[in-house]
Write a protein that binds this ligand. Sequence first.
Ligand code: GLV
Ligand code: GLV
Length: 325
Amino acid sequence: ERPKVFITRQIPQEGIDLLQRVADVDVNPVDAPLPKSKLLEAAAKYDGIIGLLTDKIDSEFFEAGTNLKGYANYAVGFDNIDVAEATRRKVPVSNTPGVLTDATAECAWALIFAVARRVVESDKVMRSGKWDGWGPMQFIGGDIMGKTLGIVGAGRIGTAMALMSRGFGMKVIYTSSSGRRNGVLDAELHAELVPFEELLKRSDFISLHTPLTPDTKHLFDSSAFSLMKDTAYIVNTARGPVINEADLVTALKTGQIAGAGLDVYEKEPAMAPGLAGLDNAVVLPHIGSATVSSRTNMSTLAARNLIAMLRGKKPETCLNPELFD
Ligand code: GLV
Ligand code: GLV
């Protein structure tokens, strides 16, 4: 009998096509996050599930999913999954690293350019019909060439983002939770591994690429912002809760830092009160991986992972590989 697979929301068709060769596939017909009750029903009914970063894959999910052979996350970040619980219940789980690295790094650069050169603010003035012609003191922004870029979390995405700074001759510094040096950044950019406080003090641009863990939650709060230069910018394409968003609003309002570019939020889809009214913040709706190739490859990688798990095999990008040892 063909296994039954559920996908919690429409994803690019390529992965669905792969799955349909070996399984009966149902896709949530509503293009909206799946309510928790429906997610639990699906866990009970299907052999395998592809879910999103908006789905909470917690102990209740695994409690309901007594016959589940695997769960494939359509995301690289997996703070939505209780991996320890999955392992305890012997359910393999996977994510989609690698295929969205450049897209997310490019998104961080889009935020850097937009916030430093006041792109969104300027665009708004043009559309309002209020621009009265060139002026020497209008929309003066921050320089990028030759400045210091601080990478928090020099993993795949942080490394790619830093390498893209080559065209701007930037000095790259980075932190490392493991304390290990990044050989690529050291060799290619003569980058420096520095303590967190030093990164805060020296950076002109800080780009966040760390996963969300208990250690990185609210890593950026009022005390971190107080150590940054008042000319510095922060961009976050990682996970919202790495920044205390209320503290960020205060830092932006009081001029403690120059600006922020955000793709992710503490309580998505909400923004902290006051954030939407700030011209020195550029805010995107979590689109880091939203390119044609990234989303297509996320779809096919999640599908290949789930097919492997349905066959009792280790998926390519497994979050609990110890289940297969
Ligand atoms: C998106 O945020 C992802 O983790 O893939
Ligand atoms: C995620 O892909 C990372 O390691 O940066």
